[in-house]
Design a protein around this ligand. Structure first.
Ligand SMILES: [Zn+2]
Length: 174
């Protein structure tokens, strides 16, 4: 399991470097373009995002009514599905009701993919090394909620997503 997490972290970092996007905040459009994907805001009712893969082409739809930090996490999550779960010529459709916070979701058999897509999204938007660099550079105090918020702003992610990431990186006491 540990090994798989490392593989996802490495994959995300590799894609960021190939996309010339390894900086804060991550320019997600560069990653989307590099992978030959299309990302479009859509009226999606109660869904956060969708990924449609047909004829080897991937189109991401994200909820036009959501905040930009939420949209970014959704796009990164769908990129995760595309990178980790799509086999080249196989058509697939992913519909995500709520990404990131899935505690209330029932088990669907696809939970494994959802966990991986979220891990990938966090690694893509908040690469470990970049997060550590920014903390150092700005002398952020992670015991200070305001500083965690400011760090989240540096990466254009929600404070909740950043807190969760810091915990997973062992940088924050939960
Ligand atoms: Zn998903």
């Amino acid at each position: 399991m540990k090994n798989q997490t490392q593989q996802i972290e490495q994959k995300a970092a590799q894609i960021l470097r190939a996309s010339d996007a390894y900086r804060a905040p991550i320019p997600l459009e560069s990653v989307v373009n590099q992978l030959g994907l299309i990302a479009q805001a859509r009226g999606l009712a109660d869904a956060s995002g969708v990924l449609v893969v047909e004829n080897g082409r991937g189109v991401i739809g994200y909820n036009s009514a959501h905040s930009s930090v939420r949209q970014r996490f959704t796009i990164a999550h769908e990129i995760g599905h595309y990178v980790l779960h799509v086999k080249s010529q196989q058509p697939r459709l992913f519909i995500d009701k709520s990404v990131f916070r899935r505690d209330d979701e029932s088990s669907t058999g696809n939970d494994h993919e959802e966990v991986e897509a979220n891990q990938f999204a966090a690694a893509l938007l908040m690469p470990s090394e970049l997060v550590r660099n920014e903390i150092k550079k700005h002398a952020f105090d992670l015991d200070d909620e305001d500083d965690v918020g400011n760090l989240a702003k540096r990466f254009n992610v929600s404070t909740a997503a950043m807190s969760f990431r810091l915990e997973n990186l062992g940088l924050l006491r939960s």
